[in-house]
Design a protein around this ligand. Structure first.
Ligand code: 13P
Ligand code: SF4
Length: 299
């Protein structure tokens, strides 16, 4: 299957993008593997005829919005991020009416419709930098309460109002699970994704996006780490650092939606070109603005 995927990719001038949470077999055949910010930049600049996005729907959708002339396919169109929908209808408008000088800051883990109502998008790797750079005093941060709280702790000069959404996978990791790992591996630093609960972030040694956590390991002289994020990052970590050891909370955090990007689904979509990401033209035009603003401010 792997050979067939590589052959078809060449024949059709297709490029495969995979998030670090996609299964190892998807990362293995991908041309680009990265965090959300990196993949958005690659999607925008791609000159391939077809982009196969191994991620979840907001990622495929963002790729289409940033590169509307491109055919964007996903191995499974039902791969979704529950957090992307977690903003109550009408709430953004209410906040705009309530606060003067308000910027709506939207984590990319959101639907295109939410992006349309927002001023700027952010990812976990650039949220602090972008919020700091905004001229507005008031920020309504959607949809993730945990990334929102983390940003608020780093940008105390702003009034940050936080929406109550969350990632079910990261929010389910408990302090007890993390403490159990720390007890077994007292010398291993805790590296954590900001979608985790604040009490876990407080216990950690480093907070960052998937790519930042991987980068931290690469530049560290230590040889063991407690990794507090979805366990798909393990593939890159062990490939790049075969001599280092990685421990995860038990049970391992696993995003079932990301795992729908199997090799057989990739092969099938490359053959049939049927699972195309489609975004309404007007929605795409409006959602493009906050995404482009993120690419500009996050540079
Ligand atoms: P990153 O931008 O850190 O890759 O995170 C994306 C995501 O979905 C985290 O759950
Ligand atoms: Fe969404 Fe959480 Fe899965 Fe990331 S890990 S895609 S935030 S459900």
């Amino acid at each position: 299957m792997k050979e067939q995927v590589l052959q078809l990719k060449k024949e059709k001038n297709a490029v495969i993008l995979a998030h670090y949470y996609a299964p190892a077999e998807a990362q293995e055949v991908a041309d680009y593997v990265g965090d959300s910010f990196y993949l958005a930049k690659i999607a925008k600049s791609s000159t391939a005829d077809i982009i196969v996005f191994c991620g979840v729907s907001f990622m495929g959708e963002s790729a289409k919005i940033l590169n509307p002339e491109k055919k964007v396919l996903m191995p499974d169109l039902t791969a979704d991020c529950p957090m992307a929908h977690m903003v109550k209808p009408g709430l953004i408008q209410k906040m705009r009416e309530k606060y003067e000088d308000l910027a709506v800051v939207c984590y990319v883990n959101s639907t295109a419709d939410l992006k349309c109502q927002s001023d700027v998008c952010v990812t976990s790797s650039n949220a602090v930098k972008i919020v700091k750079a905004l001229p507005n005093k008031n920020i309504f941060f959607i949809p993730d309460r945990n990334l929102g709280r983390y940003v608020a702790s780093q940008v105390p000069e702003k009034n940050i109002i936080i929406n109550d959404g969350y990632c079910p996978i990261h929010a389910a990791i408990t302090k007890a699970q993390l403490l159990a790992q720390k007890e077994q591996h007292p010398h291993a630093p805790i590296l954590i994704h900001p979608e985790c609960e604040p009490e876990l972030l407080e216990m950690s040694d480093y907070i960052g996006s998937t790519a930042e956590l991987i980068g931290y390991v690469a530049s560290s002289s230590l040889d063991e780490f407690i990794i507090c994020t979805e366990d798909g990052v393990d593939y890159k970590l062990i490939t790049d650092n075969p001599e280092k050891k990685f421990y995860y909370p038990n049970p391992h955090p696993c995003c079932a939606d990301m795992k729908l990007n199997t090799l057989s689904n990739i092969l099938a979509v490359l053959e049939k070109e049927d699972k195309e990401v489609l975004v309404d033209k007007e929605v795409a035009a409006n959602a493009q603005k906050p995404l482009n603003k993120m690419l500009e401010l996050g540079r």
